[in-house]
Design a binder for this molecule. Structure first.
Ligand code: 5GP
Ligand code: MN
Length: 344
């Protein structure tokens, strides 16, 4: 038995909203990862089985690998079909907001989401949710939105509708957000949920291969180049930094997702407590940070890079050149060490 964490009041309100809804839109955060895609498609699949008319919107494209998840072809990419995505939000009579905590995380769809008249149900595990949803099921202590969504489905007595497709999608999110049970996964109940998903037919082996052991030749070479030529390790500061410019990315025919796990790699060096990866996008620098233990990269991303996230995995943006972004990060090293490492 897993414990009850979702408030009865929220379960009751959710039941009512779902009973009244026929047209449902599901939307997740920009740069959708396995948890965002897995939770969106799993919920859409279950609601579809119940006879609802459901569409899933992603603010922009996801990686080619995640597009191989079951039913990913059904996703409406708002970057490619903005008008259609807006219409879906406008005409929905219920909107689920999955794996994000504030409207700006849906990027170009934020105005359409806020303008939509339908009640909004947030199911999410990021800290500091903003107050935009009609029903907010926010549990930052949950390792993944998919894990939380499984609990929501349990409470709604919808577990019989979790078939092998839905179970595989839910497990995809759990495996993504725990790095294949490497971190954020010491909660014994998580494994009870995983056991249940396996009983429902989740294809763990296929997911493992897809999420952690499939890479294009270009991506493999780009990552090797980044680690060999672009990784700076400051042992004294317990930090690592990798930057990749547009020119470097283009040289390796960069596709979305190709540098997905790169930021984690320096953390395997003994003594490196946090790692930063900066990727030059067209109009800004995308920042990703990862850390070990109680070093809070979300605080650094929130304070200095207009972002946020979780204590060990966070991100943000820098508006300026890649060199200036790197310099800004290096300038923080001594202060970070004093604040977060020496204090212990
Ligand atoms: P990633 O480095 O994989 O892009 O993101 C790691 C984590 O940080 C994710 O859980 C994501 O929610 C959060 N994150 C990434 N970028 C941003 C951002 O620009 N703003 C906020 N608030 N969170 C972010
Ligand atoms: Mn997530």
């Amino acid at each position: 038995m897993i414990s009850r964490i979702i408030k009865d009041e929220n379960v009751r309100r959710l039941r009512h909203l779902m009973a009244d809804a026929t047209k449902i839109a599901v939307i997740c955060h920009v740069g959708p990862d396995g948890d965002a895609i897995g939770s969106s498609l799993a919920l859409a699949h279950v609601l579809g089985t119940l006879g609802k008319d459901v569409r899933c919107i992603i603010p922009d494209a996801t990686s080619a690998l995640l597009m191989q998840l079951p039913e990913a072809k059904e996703l409406v990419d708002a970057a490619r079909h903005p008008d259609f995505a807006r219409t879906l939000l406008r005409d929905a009579d219920l909107i689920f907001c999955l794996d994000f905590n504030e409207p700006k995380r849906v990027d170009r769809m934020a105005d359409a989401l806020l303008a939509a008249k339908a009640p909004k149900v947030m199911i999410d595990h990021h800290e500091n949710p903003s107050d935009f949803a009609t029903v907010a099921i926010s549990h930052p202590e949950m390792a993944a939105t998919c894990y939380l969504l499984f609990r929501v489905l349990c409470r709604l007595e919808l577990l019989p509708y979790v078939d092998a497709t839905a179970a595989t999608l839910l497990l995809a999110g759990i495996m993504t957000d725990t790095g294949g049970f490497a971190y954020n996964s010491s909660d014994p109940e998580l494994f009870e949920v995983v056991a249940e998903l396996l009983r429902h037919g989740a294809d763990k082996n296929r997911l493992y291969k897809l999420l952690f052991n499939t890479v294009s030749e270009n991506s493999l070479r780009l990552n090797a180049y980044a680690l060999d030529r672009k990784m700076e390790v400051d042992h004294g500061m317990h930090a690592a930094l990798i930057t990749l410019s547009r020119a470097e990315l283009n040289r390796y025919h960069y596709c979305k997702g190709d540098t997905e796990s790169l930021v984690n790699r320096p953390l395997s060096i003994p003594g490196v407590v946090y790692s930063c990866f900066m990727r030059e996008e067209e109009h800004y620098i995308k920042i990703s940070m990862r850390s070990q233990g109680d070093f809070p990269v979300n605080e650094i991303c929130a304070e200095h890079f207009g972002g946020g996230g979780h204590i060990n995995a966070a991100g943000g943006e820098y508006h300026g050149t890649l060199d200036d972004a790197a310099a800004a990060f290096r300038a923080l090293l001594a202060e970070n060490k004093r604040k977060y490492i020496d204090k212990k």
